[in-house]
Design a protein around this ligand. Structure first.
Ligand SMILES: *[C@@H]1O[C@H](CO)[C@@H](O)[C@H](O)[C@H]1NC(C)=O
Ligand SMILES: *[C@@H]1O[C@H](CO)[C@@H](O)[C@H](O)[C@H]1NC(C)=O
Ligand SMILES: *[C@@H]1O[C@H](CO)[C@@H](O)[C@H](O)[C@H]1NC(C)=O
Ligand SMILES: *[C@@H]1O[C@H](CO)[C@@H](O)[C@H](O)[C@H]1NC(C)=O
Ligand SMILES: *[C@@H]1O[C@H](CO)[C@@H](O)[C@H](O)[C@H]1NC(C)=O
Ligand SMILES: *[C@@H]1O[C@H](CO)[C@@H](O)[C@H](O)[C@H]1NC(C)=O
Ligand SMILES: *[C@@H]1O[C@H](CO)[C@@H](O)[C@H](O)[C@H]1NC(C)=O
Ligand SMILES: *[C@@H]1O[C@H](CO)[C@@H](O)[C@H](O)[C@H]1NC(C)=O
Ligand SMILES: *[C@@H]1O[C@H](CO)[C@@H](O)[C@H](O)[C@H]1NC(C)=O
Ligand SMILES: *[C@@H]1O[C@H](CO)[C@@H](O)[C@H](O)[C@H]1NC(C)=O
Length: 685
């Protein structure tokens, strides 16, 4: 990373690391650390520039000190400086002659200071830096006027960071001297208007306007720009100049987290590769262009530039050409929009599309045949839509030979092409969770061949590694369901009442993660699953741990919400030796049999997730934290005392009784007397 890109965040990290490591053992130079021509004097409570440093130093870091002013004379001793960093001080101004001898200075970092106080004098100081290339003024509470002044005459600047200030409007005057500017960061300001601000920045390649208050970007004409980030604004319209014949150099456009109603009107010629549109309200309106169905609907919208009355934009709303040039798109992120369908031929235009993310939209149908996806498609995420079927013919599926990740979950799917997965040659990960799809019995597969089917056939899809079938209402998995697969991950959780039979045994060599949470399984034999690293058997009414777990090399084990009352110490010991993470909450553990807890606790390598929430029941059915179970009086102790009492009381009674009787029979007179005395007392009437 070049020095001029050093950001305060990075500096903060460096500093934290530094405070954790012993300070350099060289006491000279005011405890600054010298590395070749660099002096590191960060976090030393300095208020002035140290004087004892070699005059030849080229880089000086003074971040996290207590500077308030940088004085005229501060840098006189160091004429070779090319890089100076004073981030995170409380700097109010730089005196006007600070840089009188710093003719070589190229990088200046003044981030996170209070330059709004002394910006006028500071601007005079900056003007003495005709060779400045990178300037960081982020987090200085600067407004429009201050910035305009500070940037005057900085004609050589290439990198400028103004993020986290108080800019509201930028116009022609804002950056007019910065002809060489390549990268401008205006994130996290309050900008609501851009008025021809970048007309003179013909070299600008990267512009970041994220987290501002922009309501729209019309008339976008920055041909030279490569990366534009306007995420997290309030943009409803993005419209590029349509009358330009030039090819825009735009490669990445981030319009996510805005209020776009329409797919952006992209430049008619560009090499745009990454388009991020997530979290807008985009949908397509091709159906409204139908004159028969909607004869009187509005079909054009005009945008006026009220101030000057020029550059009005008239958009034919339902006109396909307005989508612009999407032929080079590789990533299209439309997560969290309102897309119901794609206009005809839209997908087809993206010749090199590799990732299409459509999670959480309103797609009703997906016909892979008619959409004609490019053969470079690698990831397709259509999860959480309202698809009930996916259709495709075999030729289409063969074309999708690069498709690797396919997420169809949360659609309530009912129909899939039977040969879908066996035709996708590179398919590696399939998520079909929360569908109404079954796994075909072998006979069904033969009957419904070449048709859409309610069941899926997995057999011999050799590339497949991850298969998610959560919450599919699966009841029975045929014995041969997974034959020929080399799955490393199989997720079958949330299929209550599932019968797994022997089906998964064919995966015993390869499987690393198995999810069987909430399936009501009773016992399961996993003894041959030598690769298994992670097992989820939560929510299953298990009263005992399956014995076969002992022989496995488990790292992660989820046992939450079962009926375990204890874990026998033999099992606890073997598990503790291998486990890294174990989930145990929601079991009715017995407070008097918690040896396992201490075993896991003693094994420092085991992380018991939510340890303090693991509870056990004591003698009186009270819930206690297992952590505290040692101080709980246990049923065992109570029981033994009870037994002692029950055993001793009759014996004692017996002996006392007999001795009294013996004593009394030996002295009959005494007996008679006492009987008389007690029973034949004369009555008082
Ligand atoms: C700054 O630029 C203005 C013109 O924009 C010029 O008149 C002035 O002399 C310049 N000042 C310095 C110090 O170069
Ligand atoms: C600009 O500064 C901010 C905060 O100081 C930082 O987060 C951001 O990464 C910097 N931008 C660039 C392009 O370095
Ligand atoms: C745009 O900026 C936001 C905020 O800094 C950032 O999270 C996002 O990753 C950026 N987008 C791109 C494509 O770099
Ligand atoms: C763009 O090209 C078209 C024909 O290719 C031409 O009629 C038009 O004048 C050109 N516009 C500009 C601004 O160069
Ligand atoms: C369309 O507009 C015409 C006249 O402007 C009107 O006569 C007609 O009823 C309208 N049709 C609909 C469907 O509103
Ligand atoms: C743009 O629209 C305004 C408002 O209708 C109008 O006054 C102006 O002449 C239009 N300008 C152009 C170039 O069409
Ligand atoms: C999918 O599209 C193809 C080609 O346009 C068409 O022949 C087929 O009938 C469509 N399938 C469905 C189920 O709509
Ligand atoms: C599939 O999509 C769902 C919902 O968007 C998500 O929760 C899940 O993690 C995804 N599956 C995979 C394997 O990434
Ligand atoms: C995969 O994509 C590459 C281009 O990204 C292409 O050359 C190749 O033919 C594709 N493979 C298949 C099987 O379609
Ligand atoms: C185990 O499966 C259950 C039920 O699907 C789920 O809620 C839980 O998050 C899973 N555990 C882990 C560690 O992912």
């Amino acid at each position: 990373m070049p020095v001029h890109r050093l950001t305060p965040i990075l500096l903060c990290l460096v500093l934290m690391w530094r405070t954790l490591t012993p300070v350099s053992s060289h006491p000279q130079h005011h405890r600054c650390q010298l590395i070749q021509q660099t002096a590191l004097c960060n976090n030393l409570k300095l208020t002035t520039v140290p004087e004892g440093l070699p005059e030849t130093i080229e880089e000086l870091q003074l971040n996290y000190n207590h500077f308030q002013t940088l004085q005229d004379t501060s840098l006189l001793r160091y004429p070779s400086l090319t890089s100076l960093s004073l981030a995170c001080n409380n700097l109010k101004k730089l005196e006007s002659n600070t840089f009188q001898e710093s003719k070589l200075l190229k990088n200046l970092n003044l981030a996170n200071n209070s330059l709004y106080t002394g910006y006028e004098e500071t601007s005079l100081a900056l003007r003495k830096l005709p060779g400045l290339i990178a300037l960081d003024l982020s987090e200085n509470k600067l407004n429009d006027v201050m910035v305009a002044l500070l940037l005057q005459n900085l004609t050589s600047l290439e990198y400028l960071n103004l993020s986290g200030n108080l800019l509201q409007r930028v116009d022609e005057a804002s950056f007019s001297d910065l002809h060489l500017l390549k990268e401008l960061d205006l994130q996290r300001n309050l900008i609501f208007e851009i008025d021809n601000a970048f007309g003179s920045s013909l070299n600008l390649q990267r512009l970041n306007l994220a987290f501002n208050n922009l309501p729209c970007l019309t008339d976008f004409d920055m041909i030279q720009l490569e990366v534009l980030n306007v995420s997290h604004n309030f943009i409803e319209w993005f419209i590029s100049r349509q009358d330009l014949n030039d090819t825009f150099l735009l490669e990445t456009l981030d319009l996510s987290h805005n209020k776009l109603l329409f797919f952006p009107f992209l430049p008619s010629q560009s090499h745009l590769r990454n388009l991020y549109l997530s979290h807008n309200v985009i949908r397509f309106y091709e159906h409204l262009a139908d004159n028969v169905m909607f004869p009187n609907s509005t079909k054009t919208v005009e945008f006026y530039n009220f101030k000057k009355g020029i550059n009005n934009v008239t958009a034919q709303l339902w006109d396909d050409s307005l989508h612009g040039d999407i032929s080079s798109l590789e990533v299209l992120d439309l997560i969290g929009n309102h897309v119901e369908y794609f206009p005809q031929g839209f997908i087809q235009k993206m010749l090199t599309l590799s990732r299409l993310l459509l999670r959480t939209n309103c797609l009703r149908t997906l016909n892979l045949t008619s959409e004609q996806f490019s053969s470079s498609l690698y990831e397709l995420d259509v999860s959480n839509n309202i698809l009930n079927q996916v259709s495709a013919d075999e030729d289409t599926l063969t074309t999708l030979g690069n498709l690797t990740y396919f997420n169809l979950s949360l659609n309530g799917l009912k129909w899939l092409p039977l040969e879908l997965f066996s035709s996708l040659r590179s398919i590696r990960s399939v998520d079909l969770s929360y569908s109404n799809i079954d796994i075909c019995l072998s006979t069904e597969a033969e009957i419904s061949i070449h048709t859409n089917s309610t069941c899926v056939d997995w057999k011999n899809v050799i590339s497949l590694r991850h298969l998610y079938l959560k919450g599919c209402n699966l009841k029975i998995i045929p014995n041969t369901a997974f034959t020929g697969l080399s799955l490393t991950l199989l997720e079958l959780s949330d299929n209550p009442g599932l019968t797994v039979h022997k089906s998964i045994q064919s995966l015993s060599k390869t499987l690393q993660h198995l999810g069987l949470g909430n399936t009501y399984i009773q016992d399961i034999d996993l003894s041959h699953f030598q690769s298994l690293k992670s097992l989820n058997i939560s929510n299953n009414f298990l009263a005992n741990l399956p014995h076969s777990l002992q022989n496995l090399n488990l790292k992660v084990l989820d046992l939450r919400d079962n009926m375990l009352s204890t874990i026998p110490s033999g099992q606890a010991n073997t598990l503790a030796a291998k486990l890294q993470t174990v989930f145990l909450t929601g079991n009715p553990f017995n407070c008097c049999q918690t040896e396992w807890f201490r075993t896991f606790e003693a094994a420092k390598t085991v992380n018991m997730v939510e340890q303090s929430a693991i509870t056990c029941e004591d003698l009186y059915h009270r819930h206690n934290r297992v952590e505290n179970s040692q101080s709980i009086s246990c049923f065992n102790d109570g029981e033994s005392i009870l037994w002692y009492i029950l055993l001793f009381v009759p014996i004692v009674l017996f002996f006392t009784g007999t001795s009294i009787i013996v004593f009394l029979t030996l002295k009959p007179t005494l007996l008679q007397k006492s009987i008389k005395k007690n029973c034949l007392r004369p009555t008082s009437y």
